[in-house]
Ligand binder design. Structure first.
Ligand code: ADP
Ligand code: MG
Length: 606
């Protein structure tokens, strides 16, 4: 047998290594923006074509490179940022591994222009497959421009893995925001296909946050600022009333590097406890600064995790910094009228924040109604009602055990509703429907969710929902990130009865809505829908369309607490039993419970 091990040719080794650093256009965006920041630029422009697949270009006014450095920069492990191993523990730059440019040059065509202030002319380089194809002097101002063209032109398999333009663009916007947020004293702009998406003037952190996340945060930010010898925390958290159903607007940076940390997120959420309803997410943009020697920075650059020397201290510090900030702000409560009434009346929101107040808020009945998950959970926890549970399980075992897969119960003639029988609403939440053998207790919201979910599924499968043209088309302006998101959803929204058109500058015109959306409420309906959609957006189980259908279902369903007319009760129950799967919601919650007279008699000892 001959020997079989061979060294990989350079170009293949490079492409494999590149795969770790450059996975999609947004990875190049991150690396190129960080390089511009490291180069000391105070103006950085990002240009994108075809969601970065055709072009990602970053132009900066930083220090530029010499001719030799410009060629060196594209070698693997070539960096100006560390010289020896000790430097690793003093890292203050964003990059240090010397891998990004080498990786980009291995999987795309690159054009570099760069000039230092001490040089008369700049230098222009063209690189393809890691090889310099062209080099010539060029007249230019001080700084660097790097253009990455036709990403994965030489690795078609990877190119095919790229997502739709809308989705790649969203990744790019995310990366852009993360860098732009941490350097408010640098001007940033983003242009996509010649259209300006962001134009962020230099300013304070607060101004930068409002520029990025939207004007609605103006006057709703609480400053966090806590300093010790060991570490500093500064930044902003949203006032409790700005908490949303989506996790979207939460940013954590360590030494100006965006990180994801479930642990520290928990610290912030804990500081908000009792001030916001459960299952809602406060906005935050927090910056932790500490000595680099207290960090293990040597995790892979594309990973956003980080290791602290002492995690617990950081946790406690972040939590108390946020608590402190919130306490100071709530000493003089500034309540806004648009605040949800039930949140507004929470003690923790309406009264100054002290530990006394905190515990009394936690025990108030209002607070408890927020935290109590649902009725069935409530019943289960009370042992004296245990036989109710047995009763329920005996009658509908499939619903509890297998969730989504529950077989459809056929309404037998016995449990069929009584012809022309009465229907009535209970507690503004349930519908009681007498049957031959007892009655059904229908949950009005769950039932409506089922009806809408099936209606929307039919709509996208080719039975579009009719649009009601607005008499006065409304325009709405969104944050740039939301605008990208909404654009992605427009084709499906059209099928669902929403007629929307992009209007430039993150604006949209709403030409029409489904007939059952009240005129005048179109904007709120769409804003809520986006919120709800983002709430699902980390859920990998569902594709884009499924998320939209579920978001719309939740948003449009009639909620518990709403009084329904006799006619509405009739049509809701009739429509429910015309559904293909009437007994459960899309996430497997029961829509109704069946009660049998025979069993009821037993419960009463008859
Ligand atoms: P790293 O950032 O980890 O050092 P890169 O591959 O991203 O590695 O860049 C290699 C080197 O090229 C950097 O260390 C820096 O010296 C130089 N460089 C890259 N981008 C720029 C830029 N925009 N301006 C000036 N120098 C740059
Ligand atoms: Mg770099």
């Amino acid at each position: 047998m001959p020997d079989i091990i061979q060294l990989l040719p350079d170009n293949i080794a490079n492409q494999i290594a590149a795969g770790e650093v450059i996975q999609r256009p947004s990875s190049a965006v991150k690396e190129l923006l960080e390089n511009a920041v490291d180069a000391g630029a105070d103006e950085i422009r990002l240009l994108i074509n075809d969601a970065g697949k055709a072009l990602v270009q970053v132009i900066d006014n930083g220090q530029g490179m010499s001719e030799t450095d410009a060629r060196m920069a594209f070698e693997r492990h070539a960096t100006s940022k560390i010289k020896n191993i000790d430097d690793l523990f003093r890292i203050r730059t964003m990059g240090f591994r010397g891998e990004a440019l080498a990786s980009i040059a291995a999987v795309a065509q690159v054009e570099l222009k760069t000039r230092r202030s001490e040089d008369e002319a700049g230098i222009y380089l063209e690189i393809e497959n890691s090889v310099v194809r062209k080099q010539e002097p060029v007249a230019m101002s001080v700084g660097t421009s790097i253009a990455m063209k036709n990403l994965f032109f030489n690795v078609p398999a990877r190119r095919n893995f790229l997502k739709t333009n809308a989705s790649e663009l969203r990744h790019i916007v995310d990366e852009f925001i993360r860098v732009a947020m941490s350097f408010p004293d640098i001007f940033f702009s983003l242009e996509s296909n010649g259209q300006q998406v962001f134009h962020l003037e230099k300013g304070s952190l607060k101004q930068r946050i409002v520029q990025i996340l939207g004007n609605s945060y103006n006057a709703k930010l609480v400053s966090v600022q806590e300093q010790t010898d060991y570490m500093n925390v500064f930044g902003f958290v949203g006032k409790p009333e700005t908490a949303k159903k989506t996790r979207g607007d939460q940013y954590l940076f360590v030494n100006n590097r965006f990180i994801k940390s479930a642990y520290l997120n928990h610290a912030v959420m804990n500081a908000f406890a009792e001030m916001i309803p459960k299952d809602s997410f406060p906005m935050y943009a927090l910056f932790i600064d500490l000595d680099p020697s207290q960090l293990d920075i040597n995790v892979h650059p594309t990973k956003q995790e980080i290791k602290f020397e002492d995690e617990k201290i950081v946790y406690a510090f972040v939590q108390s910094a946020v608590k402190h900030a919130l306490a100071q702000f709530s000493v003089t409560p500034t309540l806004d009228f648009d605040l949800d009434a039930s949140i507004q009346s929470l003690d923790a929101v309406s009264k100054p924040f002290t530990s006394d107040k905190q515990s009394s808020a936690a025990s108030s009945s209002l607070f408890n109604t927020f935290t109590k998950k649902n009725q069935s959970h409530f019943i289960e926890s009370r042992s004296e009602l245990k036989h109710w549970k047995d009763f329920y399980e005996k009658e509908t075992p499939q619903q509890e055990q297998s969730g989504q897969q529950a077989p459809i119960p056929t309404l037998t003639p016995e449990n069929q509703r009584l012809q022309n029988g009465p229907v009535f609403q209970l507690n503004n939440s349930f519908i009681v429907l007498p049957t031959r053998q007892g009655y059904l207790l229908i949950h009005q919201q769950n039932a409506h969710e089922r009806i809408l979910y099936e209606r929307f599924n039919k709509a996208v499968a080719g039975k579009p929902i009719a649009t009601q043209q607005s008499l006065f088309p409304a325009t709405m302006e969104l944050s740039p990130a939301d605008a990208v998101l909404l654009t992605e959803l427009i084709p499906d929204l059209n099928l669902l009865g929403y007629q929307l058109e992009p209007f430039g500058n993150n604006s949209f015109v709403i030409q029409g809505t489904p007939a059952d959306v009240e005129q005048g409420n179109e904007k709120t309906a769409i804003e809520r829908l986006l919120d709800q959609y983002k709430h699902f957006s980390n859920d990998l189980k569902f594709n884009k369309r499924e998320k939209l259908l579920r978001a719309l279902t939740l948003q449009q369903s009639v909620k518990a607490g709403v009084v329904l007319s006799e006619k509405e009760l009739q049509s809701l129950t009739a429509e429910l039993f015309q559904c293909a799967t009437p007994n459960i919601t899309a996430n497997g919650k029961p829509t109704y419970l069946e009660f049998y007279k025979e069993e009821l008699d037993k419960l009463f000892g008859k």
